[in-house]
Design a protein around this ligand. Structure first.
Ligand SMILES: [Zn+2]
Length: 703
């Protein structure tokens, strides 16, 4: 999966505090090495040492070798449970061992779907079998292993009925249908991809009584309306089908049968009928080439302006006269997923872990999603391996993780976090994710405490395919923007289930390859990331960030910035919902937290700058400060979790129930206030207040 970043609320970092002198171009690493401003979180002496290690690390990352690995992994599809997936595990483990690293697997047996036969037939006004798989290109090998276009976790079913067009399938789109007098109950609904997570589309269609759902890719969103189509250009051609899971990950992600527990042999499984994250109506994807006759034959009222897409005719709503039959024969079975785990033990605080991860499974050849992110993680392994050879050791443990089964519902990472949640809850420092780094345009998502670290690190790495640093390209048209994390990738369990501070970086180039058969090496090398420069830049950025967190004298988390954002969410909710009095204690507590956190950050800076950090007393103070910083994000979680979805423990962020990818702020409060449920709103006001008070106490006691 991939985050649709445009959807999410952007938060601008207005003050970009230049900690580093701007490093330039291809010599970024060398320039950074010569910089003399201390690195945030380090004493001046240790800064110099750190800079040398970072420069050496950056030189150990190789775009050419990322390309070699990417080509090797992209030969064969890596779908969960497939021979190509096992080959990807073995090949990756061998490459990492070649860098001198220890590799182990962490297997889990999870409940998944597998398509036996997917048939979509237009039955009226004319009969036509529709294609459910792209034709192969001459360069593609193992093409029979490319799975048909299908939506993971759709139930099996054989349904026939009149068709209704519902735009993106958002709740507002169904309201527009109702206004036009179109009833979708008992009909098959066709919606287009975009604007929300596809699982949300399935859930909303189910709630409106549809008996089946087709999700197609409209050319306006990522096809010929955007530009030249594959293989002449990167945009989606009429054959391209976006596969993807419709698991209700906004209820809980991971194995549907083991919420909150790892899918190990001793864990009891739910009855699938009781798994509330499993969708209930047959759902399947189509290309725009195949959706075209269905849409063109629709009658009924003319669709509103915002429903009109890029196909060359007027879109009408239906129902009928288009009729369609979905005959989906889908198996459900237990399948093995296996994560690739590398641990580089910390010399001083081995229990404390910085985890850098990316999923290695893919829907098809997966060259961008997510062989790109995974080869970037492996390049971090290459760079760190070279440092280890020269006797370097991180202070804290660095874990490199290749997650399996992400595409079906973040399976590998969720089960791993659920297995180790006590250890992670006690000692995890941060999680860094990469999901899609094959491109040129930089983007980031994070908790607010990590915004500044991303900014700092972006100044040390050369921009892919441009002069200057990533920071220079990122800020060419305005201040740097960092998104907030909703869901759709492997940071979800770390942040939402355990409260581990998380961030994700990516590099992208516009295209329509996402989850199609042509997310392949041709697409990557000709259009998305020629020379694999985005891959290398991502590895350098995430690697330097991991090293800074692992070696910091004082952890770089800025909870003063976090508190300001929480206060803003409270104010926005007060304005939207008119719940001024109810929420006022939260605004006041967020301010108190901000003040305490700022005092703590000042104290840490003084200790580092004054040389006190070298004294025994200073060391003691730093330990106390780090303990406080480590625990503040965790304080924002509550064991009870969110109302109706207890797997989500974080009180500030969750994936929106009606967006799926985009982050919802103060989710339990917003849901309760929107539903007019005063008792639940008060209960969550109190829980959030408790979280903010705990965070404030942690910040106050340490400074
Ligand atoms: Zn992905």
């Amino acid at each position: 999966m991939l985050v649709i970043r445009r959807l999410s609320a952007w938060a601008a970092i207005t003050a970009s505090v230049g900690v580093l002198a701007p490093a330039v171009g291809a010599n970024a690493a060398q320039s950074a090495a010569q910089g003399d401003e201390p690195i945030a979180g380090f004493t001046p002496e240790r800064s110099a040492e750190q800079r040398r290690a970072e420069a050496r690390f950056q030189r150990g990352v190789s775009a050419a070798e990322a390309g070699d690995l990417s080509r090797a992994l992209s030969v064969r599809p890596q779908l969960i449970g497939s021979p190509g997936n096992r080959r990807a595990f073995d090949l990756s483990a061998a490459a990492l061992r070649g860098y001198g690293l220890n590799v182990r697997g962490t297997p889990y047996d999870v409940y998944i779907s597998k398509p036996k036969s997917i048939a979509v037939t237009m039955t009226a006004p004319v009969r036509q079998e529709l294609e459910v798989k792209e034709p192969p290109y001459p360069w593609q090998q193992y093409y029979d292993e490319v799975v048909v276009g299908y939506n993971a976790y759709s139930p099996s079913g054989d349904v026939t009925g009149e068709l209704v067009y519902a735009n993106y399938g958002l709740p507002a789109d169904y309201e527009a249908l109702e206004e036009a007098g179109v009833d979708v109950a008992g009909k098959i609904v066709i919606v287009r991809y975009g604007e929300s997570f596809r699982g949300v589309k399935a859930k909303v269609a189910e709630e409106h009584g549809a008996k089946g759902l087709i999700i197609y890719s409209d050319p306006e969103d990522d096809g010929f309306v955007r530009g030249t189509v594959f293989p002449e250009g990167p945009w989606k051609n009429e054959d391209g089908i976006q596969r993807g899971s419709i698991e209700y990950i906004f209820e809980y992600p991971g194995d549907p049968l083991t919420p909150g527990a790892p899918s190990t042999p001793e864990t009891a499984r739910l009855d699938p009928a009781d798994a509330v994250n499993l969708p209930r109506i047959p759902t399947t994807p189509l290309s725009y080439g195949q959706a075209k006759p269905l849409l063109e034959a629709l009658g009924g009222p003319e669709a509103p302006e915002e429903f009109q897409g890029g196909l060359p005719f007027r879109y009408d709503l239906g129902p009928g006269p288009s009729q369609v039959r979905l005959n989906l024969d889908i198996d459900y079975l237990q399948e093995r997923v296996n994560n690739v785990i590398v641990e580089i033990p910390g010399a001083k605080r081995p229990d404390e872990k910085v985890v850098v991860g990316a999923h290695f499974d893919g829907w098809t050849y997966g060259t961008d999603d997510n062989t790109s992110g995974w080869t970037a993680v492996m390049q971090i392994g290459r760079g760190l391996g070279r440092l280890l050879d020269r006797g370097w050791r991180p202070d804290r443990t660095i874990v490199l993780a290749g997650w399996d089964g992400e595409e079906y519902g973040l399976l590998g990472s969720v089960e791993w976090v659920e297995e180790f949640k006590r250890e992670l809850g006690r000692d995890a420092i941060a999680y860094i994710n990469m999901d899609g780094v094959g491109g040129r345009e930089f983007s980031a998502g994070a908790v607010p405490s990590l915004d500044q670290l991303i900014v700092d690190v972006s100044k040390t790495v050369g921009a892919p395919g441009a002069s200057g640093t990533v920071f220079d390209s990122w800020t060419a048209e305005g201040p740097p923007e960092v998104d907030r994390l909703g869901s759709g990738s492997d940071y979800t369990a770390f942040l939402d289930h355990v409260g581990v501070p998380s961030f994700e970086i990516g590099f992208s180039t516009g295209g329509g390859e996402y989850h199609t058969s042509f997310d392949d090496t041709q697409m990557m090398e000709r259009f998305l990331d020629p020379g694999y420069l985005g891959h290398a830049a991502a590895a350098r950025m995430s690697g330097v960030a991991a090293m800074r967190l692992a070696d910091a004298d004082a952890l770089q988390f800025r909870y003063s910035a976090y508190a300001i954002e929480v206060e803003r969410y409270v104010k926005e909710l007060q304005e939207e919902q008119g719940a001024t009095e109810l929420l006022e204690p939260l605004a006041i507590q967020a301010q108190a937290w901000g003040l305490a956190a700022a005092a703590l950050e000042r104290r840490a800076s003084e200790l580092l700058a004054s040389g006190e950090a070298e004294t025994r007393r200073g060391q003691r103070q730093l330990r106390r400060i780090n303990r406080s910083l480590k625990r503040q994000e965790r304080a924002l979680t509550q064991p009870a979790g969110l109302a109706g979805r207890p797997w989500f423990k974080h009180m500030i962020y969750a994936p929106g129930r009606l967006t799926g990818y985009a982050a919802q702020f103060l989710p339990a409060l917003e849901d309760a206030l929107t539903a007019g449920d005063a008792a639940t709103a008060t209960r969550y006001r109190d829980l959030i207040l408790d979280s903010l008070q705990r965070a404030t106490r942690l910040a106050s006691r340490a400074s």
